[in-house]
Design a protein around this ligand. Structure first.
Ligand code: ZN
Length: 455
C-alpha cells in the first residue's frame, strides 16, 4: 500500500468508524481500575484487533518514588433500604462504587452512611466518578437527586471487593519499522464506564496500531495501554534503556466528543512532534486550540518530567476538565460518536504519515529568545526528576486538599521546572502563578527533601 495515499485510506473510514464505536461499546461496561481483572479483560478484547502483549508487575515493586499497590477486584456492591429494596446497584453502573473501595458488609444509619456518599450538587442527574487508590476507604457515588430522596433509617451496605497482593497489568504492542527510532503512542486503561475519558483513547490507539501494521514504515512504533500515572511510572522504570530511542510521542485522550481539537505541546515546546501536529491541524481546516505544556493532566506529566523530558505532546478534542460530562456518568455512549472518533483518527494518521515523510529531514524552527533572568539566584534542582514524586506518602497531598488548589498546581510547576535552568521568577512567569506562592512552595518542597537549592 502507498503510505501517502490518503484518498485510498479515506475509503476505509466508514468501516473503521463503525468498528471503533463497536469496540467502545464492548469495553464500556467493564469495571476497570489501575489494577485488576477489568484491565485484563480489556486487554483480552483488544487482542482481537492487535497482538498486544500483556505484562504483569507484582504489588510491592518499587518504581521510582512509588510502590505498585495491591490489586483491586470487585464482584458486586449495593445499598439496600431496611425494607430490602436495592437503591444503589454496582451492576447497573460501576461508577456507583468509589473505585478501589475496600470490602464492607454492614448495616448503618443514614447519618454514618452519608460520610461515604459522593454526589455532584451542581449536576444533580449525574453519578460522579471517584477513586481512592492510595488511601484505603470505601464509598458509593450516586446522583444528587437520588441522594436527596434518602430517608432516615438503617441501610444495608455491601461491597464485595478484594484488595490483595497481586499485579499491575499493562499492555504493549511494538511494531518494528525499517529504523530503530521510535514513536511512542500511549493511552490509559484505568477508567471504568467512561467513554471520552478514556475509552476513546483506547479505541483510537487500537485502530491506529491495526492500521499502521499494514503500512511500510520507517519509524518503529510502540503502543502502550497503561493505567494512568502509576502505569506510566512503571513502564518508564522498566524500560529506561529504551527511552533514548523515542523520537516523538503522543498521549491519546478525550478524542471522541464533538468539540474542537486541542493540542497540548511537549515540555520542550518546539520539537518536531509539536510542529507537525500544529501544521496538520492548520491544514485540516478543523478548528483547534494550542496549549503550552503545563504539568497537570495525563501521562505527559511523567513522560515530560524533567528527568525524561521526552518530546511528547497530547492531542485531544475538548480537554479533560473542560467538558461538563468529564468524570461523570454523562460521559457515556451518547456523548461519544463514531464520526468524531474517525475525525480524530484521521488527524492522528496524518501526523504520523507526515513524520514518516520527514524522517531524518526535520529542521527545528528558530528558538524563541530566552526570557530567563540570568541574575536571578533562586534556582533549584528537583531531587526526584524522573516522574512525579509520590506526594501522598509525604503528607503533601492531604495538605494540598486542605489548601486551595493553587498550591497543588504550584507544587507541580515548581517540581517540573526545577531542572537547574529555571529560577523561581521564571517559574512564576511561565506558570502565571504569583511569585510569593512559588517561593512558599519551594520552601515546602525543600523541607520534604524534594528540592535542592543550587544558586
Ligand atoms: Zn480521567
Amino acid at each position: 500500500m502507498d503510505n501517502n495515499d490518503l484518498n485510498a485510506i479515506k475509503s476505509d473510514f466508514p468501516v473503521i468508524s463503525a468498528e471503533m464505536y463497536k469496540l467502545l461499546t464492548e469495553l464500556y461496561p467493564i469495571c476497570r481500575s489501575i489494577t485488576g481483572n477489568g484491565v485484563r479483560k480489556t486487554l483480552e478484547i483488544i487482542r482481537n484487533y492487535i497482538p498486544i502483549e500483556r505484562h504483569e508487575v507484582p504489588s510491592g515493586t518499587k518504581v521510582f518514588d512509588w510502590i505498585i499497590p495491591k490489586e483491586w477486584n470487585i464482584e458486586d456492591a449495593y445499598i439496600k433500604t431496611d425494607k430490602g429494596q436495592k437503591i444503589v446497584d454496582f451492576k447497573k453502573s460501576n461508577l456507583h462504587v468509589l473505585n478501589y473501595s475496600t470490602p464492607i458488609k454492614s448495616k448503618l444509619p443514614l447519618s454514618e452512611l452519608k460520610q461515604h456518599l459522593y454526589t455532584l450538587p451542581d449536576q444533580p442527574e449525574a453519578i460522579p466518578y471517584r477513586t481512592s487508590y492510595y488511601n484505603e476507604n470505601w464509598g458509593f457515588c450516586l446522583s444528587h437527586n437520588q441522594f436527596l430522596t434518602l430517608e432516615d433509617g438503617k441501610y444495608e451496605i455491601v461491597i464485595d471487593s478484594s484488595l490483595k497482593d497481586g499485579n499491575l497489568t499493562y499492555g504493549e504492542f511494538f511494531l518494528q519499522g525499517k529504523k530503530n527510532e521510535e514513536i511512542l503512542l500511549t493511552c490509559y486503561t484505568c477508567h471504568p464506564s467512561l467513554c471520552n475519558d478514556n475509552l476513546s483513547g483506547i479505541v483510537l490507539l487500537t485502530f491506529l496500531a491495526q492500521y499502521l501494521s499494514k503500512l511500510k514504515l520507517d519509524y518503529s512504533y510502540r503502543f502502550l495501554f497503561i493505567p494512568e500515572t502509576i502505569g506510566a511510572i512503571t513502564w518508564l522504570k522498566l524500560n529506561e534503556e529504551k527511552i533514548s530511542k523515542i523520537k516523538h510521542g503522543l498521549v491519546i485522550t478525550c478524542v471522541g466528543d464533538s468539540g474542537k481539537f486541542t493540542y497540548k505541546k511537549s515540555r520542550l515546546g518546539n520539537t518536531e512532534i509539536d510542529q507537525t501536529a500544529i501544521n496538520i491541524l492548520k491544514e485540516s481546516g478543523e478548528s483547534f486550540q494550542i496549549k503550552d505544556f503545563f504539568p497537570v493532566g495525563s501521562d505527559e506529566r511523567q513522560f515530560c518530567s524533567p528527568g525524561f523530558n521526552l518530546p511528547m505532546g497530547s492531542l485531544m478534542r475538548t480537554m479533560y476538565h473542560k467538558f461538563p460530562e468529564y468524570h461523570t456518568s454523562l460521559d457515556n455512549l451518547e456523548f461519544v460518536k463514531g464520526e468524531y472518533l474517525i475525525e480524530s483518527f484521521s488527524i492522528y494518521l496524518k501526523i504520523i504519515l507526515e513524520l514518516e515523510k520527514n524522517f531524518g529531514k526535520f529542521k527545528p524552527e528558530e528558538k524563541l529568545k530566552d526570557q530567563r533572568n540570568m541574575d536571578d539566584n533562586d534556582i533549584f534542582m528537583n531531587l526526584n526528576p524522573k516522574c512525579e514524586p509520590n506526594l501522598e506518602k509525604r503528607g503533601l497531598f492531604n495538605k494540598v486538599v486542605h489548601l486551595d488548589s493553587g498550591t497543588a498546581l504550584s507544587i507541580n510547576w515548581v517540581l517540573n521546572l526545577s531542572d537547574g535552568r529555571n529560577s523561581l521568577s521564571d517559574i512564576s512567569r511561565i506558570s502565571g502563578i504569583e511569585y510569593n506562592l512559588i517561593k512558599e512552595t519551594s520552601e515546602l518542597l525543600l523541607k520534604h527533601n524534594l528540592l535542592k537549592k543550587i544558586t
